[in-house]
Design a protein around this ligand. Structure first.
Ligand code: KPL
Length: 322
């Protein structure tokens, strides 16, 4: 397939975490030129030196992408930008990349959480903006190695009523990528599931499935889910079954996974909390809905993060041989 070959700079991926790497692998598999954009030189070097390896079903493929740049490098305007950064990293990354974005740059946001799309629309009100959500599961075992742990579907829709001209390319490289005329309910459903599971796995320091074996976690999940449902109801978003039931099923189906938030916590990365449960609480306050259990969860995770931060500062500052 030579799709896009005559148009260098047509596609770029910002954020080479696990989902970004899967998409990068798909472009490279089909020989469609894609530029990979990194925040800093460290991960760029890791992939440049080792290639990008994707493990799937006991097989692995190593790609050797050539078009690797940091966001601050000079370059031509980007036509289609797939953004797979963590929510909290998105605006700073787009800011560094601003010299390569013009009003024709199509932005496709594929990440967990809520709130970034509004932030982008404030900064780049004229750009075609598309929002995606995926049920694929993947995790990194090294800066240049990704395990494709669970097949799933990716849904994309418009944030501002536009048509995605390049959808055919996404669908040509991923047959499980679908268009959704009204993506918002789907985004809210995924958001609700992430709010119900991710924070609790950090609080209880456990795999998704272990939440269901812990009485205290189950009780907390039930209360958190009720509050989330109240917010969704107020927004007119219908769920096909109770959130507790859906979240429990997902926790069961992904029982052996560490949630993305727990992975971030353990790797000492910033958490998506502001775009998950904290976002929910802000939205709830706006709509006059009470969310004390979500609020308490947010506070507890902030305390845990703070405690871990001061612990690691203490360790780094410790004189040797004491
Ligand atoms: O999407 C997820 C995540 O970890 O972010 C869940 C559904 C919780 C699966 O791990």
């Amino acid at each position: 397939m030579t799709l896009g070959k005559k148009h260098p700079g047509l596609w770029a991926i910002l954020g080479l975490g696990s989902i970004g790497s899967l998409w990068a692998g798909r472009f490279l598999d089909k020989n469609i030129p894609v530029e990979l954009l990194f925040k800093n030189q460290t991960r760029l070097e890791a992939i440049k030196n080792n290639g990008l390896t994707i493990h799937q079903d006991k097989e692995s493929v190593t790609h050797h992408p050539e078009d690797l740049h940091t966001c601050d490098s000079p370059g031509a305007p980007i036509h289609n930008l797939i953004i797979t950064t963590k929510a909290q990293q998105t605006l700073p990354a787009l800011h560094t990349l601003a010299h390569r974005i013009n009003t024709n740059t199509t932005l496709i946001l594929l990440q967990n959480g809520m709130g970034v799309a509004q932030e982008i629309q404030k900064q780049l009100p004229h750009n075609p903006l598309f929002l995606g959500i995926t049920t694929e599961g993947a995790y990194r075992t090294a800066p240049h190695t990704v395990v494709y742990a669970g097949k799933g579907d990716t849904w994309v829709g418009s944030a501002n009523m536009q048509k995605l001209a390049a959808l055919h390319t996404l669908q040509a490289i991923n047959q499980h990528c679908f268009w959704d005329e009204n993506i918002h309910p789907r985004l809210w459903q995924k958001f609700a599931i992430n709010c119900a599971i991710n924070g609790l796995t950090v609080l209880f320091q456990c795999k998704n499935g272990e939440l269901l074996q812990n009485k205290q976690a189950c009780e907390q999940m039930a209360k958190i889910c009720l509050e989330i449902e109240n917010v969704l109801n107020k927004k007119g978003i219908q769920l096909s079954e109770s959130l507790l039931k859906t979240a429990s099923n997902i926790a069961e189906r992904t029982s052996d996974n560490y949630s993305s938030m727990l992975q971030d916590f353990r790797a000492q990365r910033d958490l998506e909390l502001d775009y998950l449960n904290a976002y929910l609480c802000r939205e709830a306050a706006r709509l006059n809905v009470e969310t004390p259990h979500n609020q308490a969860l947010v506070e507890s995770i902030k305390q845990l993060t703070e405690a871990r931060r001061s612990e690691s500062t203490k360790l780094t500052n410790k004189p040797p041989f004491t």
